[in-house]
Design a protein around this ligand. Structure first.
Ligand code: FAD
Ligand code: NAP
Length: 545
């Protein structure tokens, strides 16, 4: 089985031979980049593997797919008129609503005319003599550009489980990140799903309600909070629209890109009653950030974190009727160290008679067979298998492309012991290469719309600066990069994050180096650092004529 779904061949625009900037990816990053570059009079072309804009929200069409940051917060801030005009329907909108928003933005700014759809960038080589990038695609295009911006997404290179027999199964198979546009009807089907991260947690209750039988194969349980999703009220929308500018500023200065009350005391200082009340309030609020910011030491102190962990275990036990299933659903790693999930009826789904949980810690996966899935204990037979097995996160979509910088050095090889960037924006040895929300930036630890806009603004300002000053190249100096990588690692080492086998650590991909990839110092602090670097003449970068 291959994870490369369509693209159906869309009508393609002509591809120019030369352009100022090649952007790869037309998700929210690539879309805003194109708009901003155009506004600055910089010529740009975008290559996108899919047949339309939206990125994540174009590909991940599985049942139950939703955002887990509120719509009024997970949206562009760069155009106040767009903010006022677009009408969000739900607190946590579904994938179709978010995709509709992306399409609305593409129409509003007439973006599609500079996007080459159905086209995957395969290689980008830096030519030192010309000081330009030569970019190649799977459709035979070759374009040269002064700048290359990889807006390829942190969660866009999907992965299948590393088990034998993937092609052996004779029924239907789907990966959550390559869901068919026409949807899947599970009525009357026996379905097996592998994976209980956010995609599994969101899709399991919806599939369970339709399928005849659903068997969930779980390697690691997730911490999941009830979303308490609902329609937005007219007053809520009007209230946010009247204070959007202040809200956006607060987002930019916050830790996670979502303004929240700043905790003032340790979980260990609070009485049991106060602690339980705080956890209950977060649980009832349907907000992950509220849970993560209940106390000051949640992310840094094992003892404090254990209190939340045991509280959530009790919640799971209170929802799931079968005691053994409930125990299997209780995670043992610190809360928040793997990406927590937001669900609608996840734990409740295990109370249905047609849902069964298989704990792969007790009975490991052995192989996919013609009829289903074989574990060390038995073979399970299915009509359909769903892979909710996630992504080669943060680096996969960059190292999948044959990117070669100075002296033909490959990015994938340079990063073989872990990604090395300065500010998560550039990498030494790769002049005029920019990356959006790459390792070394807050990225996936934040409301990504906030981080995307901050990177796009910074990159476009840097390009404008070079053009104004008649400069040809910008590239991180190795010393500044080393210091930044050390800083990122040092911050992570003061947290509990490295304690979990998470995709933040590359632990979900066999052979991938174990490095905590995002910057855990918070969106606000990070923004200050980036602004300071730019103010000081792009300190830490070498700018050359
Ligand atoms: P993407 O949306 O991933 O877009 C990248 C695009 O690049 C894709 O369209 C891809 O086809 C294209 N591409 C990649 N490589 C190539 C290539 N070589 N050639 C051509 N095209 C290429 N973040 C949040 O903040 N809150 C959430 O609630 C949230 N929910 C999520 C739910 C799901 C199911 C997933 C997978 C991610 C979620 N995220 C969430 C993270 C989400 O990825 C970001 O919020 C955001 O959409 C990323 O936008 P992007 O443009 O940077 O990347
Ligand atoms: P994920 O979090 O990486 O989950 C993948 C699941 O598959 C995990 O349970 C993993 O187990 C399991 N798995 C992977 N390989 C396996 C194997 N070989 N054998 C058995 N099990 C295997 O991926 P995801 O659920 O697609 O989510 C990825 C990220 O996208 C999220 O963390 C989040 O940032 C974003 N997202 C957000 C939302 C949202 O609610 N807005 C929804 C979906 C995705 P292990 O944990 O043991 O590796």
């Amino acid at each position: 089985m291959s994870v490369t779904a369509e693209p159906t061949r869309a009508e393609r625009r002509d591809v120019p031979r030369t352009v100022d900037v090649v952007v790869v990816g037309a998700g929210f990053s690539g879309m805003y980049l194109l708009h901003k570059l155009r506004a600055a009079g910089t010529s740009a072309i975008v290559f996108e593997a899919g047949t339309d804009v939206g990125g994540t929200w174009y590909w991940n069409r599985y049942p139950g797919a939703r955002v887990d940051v509120e719509s009024l917060s997970y949206s562009y801030s760069f155009d106040p008129d767009l903010e006022q005009r677009f009408e969000w329907q739900e607190r946590y909108p579904t994938q179709p609503e978010i995709l509709a928003y992306a399409r609305h933005v593409a129409d509003r700014f007439d973006l599609r005319r500079d996007i080459v759809f159905g086209t995957r960038t395969t290689a980008a080589h830096y030519d030192e003599a010309q000081r330009s990038w030569t970019v190649r695609t799977d459709r035979g295009d070759t374009v040269t550009a002064r700048y290359l911006v990889m807006a390829t997404g942190c969660l866009s290179a999907s992965k299948l489980p590393e088990i034998p027999g993937l092609d052996a199964f004779e029924g239907e198979t789907y990966h959550t990140a390559h869901w068919p546009h026409e949807g899947v009807n599970f009525t009357g089907k026996r379905v097996g799903i592998i994976g209980t991260g956010s995609s599994g947690v969101q899709s399991i209750p919806v599939i369970a309600a339709q399928a005849d039988q659903l068997t969930v194969f779980q390697r690691t349980p997730a911490y999941s909070l009830p979303a308490r999703n609902r329609k937005l009220t007219v007053d809520e929308i009007a209230g946010m629209k009247s204070r959007y500018r202040d809200y956006r500023k607060a987002q930019q200065e916050s830790g996670f890109g979502v303004p929240t009350a700043i905790p003032t005391r340790s979980a260990l200082e609070a009485s049991e009653e106060e602690r339980n009340a705080a956890f209950e309030e977060a649980w009832e609020s349907g907000s992950l950030v509220n849970l993560l910011t209940t106390f000051t030491d949640f992310a840094t102190n094992q003892e404090a974190n254990d209190l939340a962990k045991h509280w959530i275990h009790d919640k799971i036990r209170s929802i799931v009727a079968d005691p053994r299933t409930a125990e299997d659903l209780c995670p043992d790693y610190p809360v928040g160290t793997k990406r927590p999930c937001l669900d609608t009826g996840y734990y409740e789904a295990y109370n249905r008679e047609n849902v069964e949980l298989v704990n792969l810690r007790r009975e490991p996966l052995v192989e996919i067979t013609a009829r289903g899935i074989r574990t060390a204990v038995r073979e399970y037979e299915f009509d359909t298998i769903v892979y909710a097995t996630g992504f080669d996160a943060m680096t996969g979509s960059l190292t999948n492309v044959d990117i070669r910088g100075r002296d033909g050095v490959s990015l994938a090889e340079t990063w073989s012991a872990g990604p090395r960037t300065y500010l998560g924006i550039g990498s030494a040895g790769f002049p005029n290469l920019f990356m959006i929300t790459a390792p070394g930036s807050p990225s996936v630890l934040s409301n990504m719309m906030v981080s995307i806009e901050q990177h796009v603004d910074w990159v476009c300002d840097a390009i404008a600066h070079l053009q104004e000053q008649g400069l040809a190249t910008i590239e991180p100096c190795p010393e500044a990069q080393d210091a930044w990588v050390d800083h990122v690692n040092q911050i992570a080492s003061h947290t509990l994050y490295p304690k979990a086998n998470s995709w933040y650590m590359g632990a979900n991909v066999p052979g991938k180096p174990r490095v905590f990839m995002p910057y855990a110092g918070g969106v606000g602090e990070y923004r200050k650092k980036c602004d300071e670097v730019a103010r000081n003449g792009y300190e830490g970068f070498v700018l050359a004529r």
